[in-house]
Design a binder for this molecule. Sequence first.
Ligand SMILES: [Zn+2]
Ligand SMILES: [Zn+2]
Length: 390
Amino acid sequence: MTNSADIDIAPTRSLARPPRLVRAAVSMPDTTTTVRHLDTDAAVGAVGWLKVESSAVCGTDVSLYRGGLDSPTVLGHHVVGTVVSLDETQATSWDVRPGDRVALEEYLPCRSADCPACRTRDYRMCPQTDLWQGKRRVGLVSAEDGSGLHGGNAEYMQLTANSLVYRLPANLDADLAAWTQPFANALDWTVDAGGAEEGSTVVVIGPGYHGIAAVAAARAAGAARIVVIGVPDSAGRLEIAESLGAAPVVNNNASLPDLIWRATDGEGADVLLDTVGLGGEAVAAAARVLRKRGRLVIGGLGSTPVCELDLKSLVRGANTIVGVRGRSPEAVRRSIDILADGRSGLEIVPAIDVDLDQVDDMLGRMAAGQGPVSPHVVIRPQLRRPIDQK
Ligand SMILES: [Zn+2]
Ligand SMILES: [Zn+2]
């Protein structure tokens, strides 16, 4: 994993350094993960180091893993940690100091003045970091690149000049802090793209990680009615959604529009958020259940991404269909504020703590669809369990 020829001039000046060798869960293209010691001295382009507190697993990790990675990779892109060292220039530009607790976004955008996305801080659309283009992102850069410490599933990871870093309150509960990115996504999708507001009716398809976060986002926005629809196998997660204030609906192969009509007492939805990728089925349902000016938000890519649109209902309802990915910097800040002031409600979702030695087993289980009931699976690289508890 290390290449001594690549050792760069130590990028941090007069500041603490991480240990030379740190433990990292390296995920392989053959869908196995092994814990290795990687060399922080091999870092190229590091402007500082983060001691990783948590790295929450989301569906993207699982599908990347299941689909076969291009090369050995330290996964983990929903990262929270403490800055242990930072180049002075960077510290000034980020307004972050060693000792600060921060959350990272996964994007590593080019930040060039010539990039239309970066110029407007729409980092998710920067070609360099786009998941379908440059793929330069936290938790996706090869473990064979420099130190290899580019993801959250490691004791330490390197910060680079294009990292997106957000300061977190030091006293924010660790389980809540790990929600920073998924909850920011949910705010972006449900509130910013979906338009959920005080009094809205919000229907969420899929009580997965983002579905549960969307319930919390809708609740924080003041939605009057929240409905979550899941398959019979998701009963445990529907219960979690219910305890967050949503009405749970089990979809036993019934017609989706009928389910939504019944769950909303015939009123329909202002926001219909598809987190699982129902494709045509969601579009067909939207045509029947969206209220005037209602929006269908598509946050999942299923197996049927092509469908027919009912333009008549779209025009008559002045409805909107919008695809979403990731989140804006502003949504991250709002996520942190709501988590910190206790309005998210997400403290009721149990966190499943995973140490580095358990990453292989957990990713394997999740890829096989046999993950835990709670969607909040959090890798904690500093956690070391005695052998007999593994
Ligand atoms: Zn993610
Ligand atoms: Zn860019």
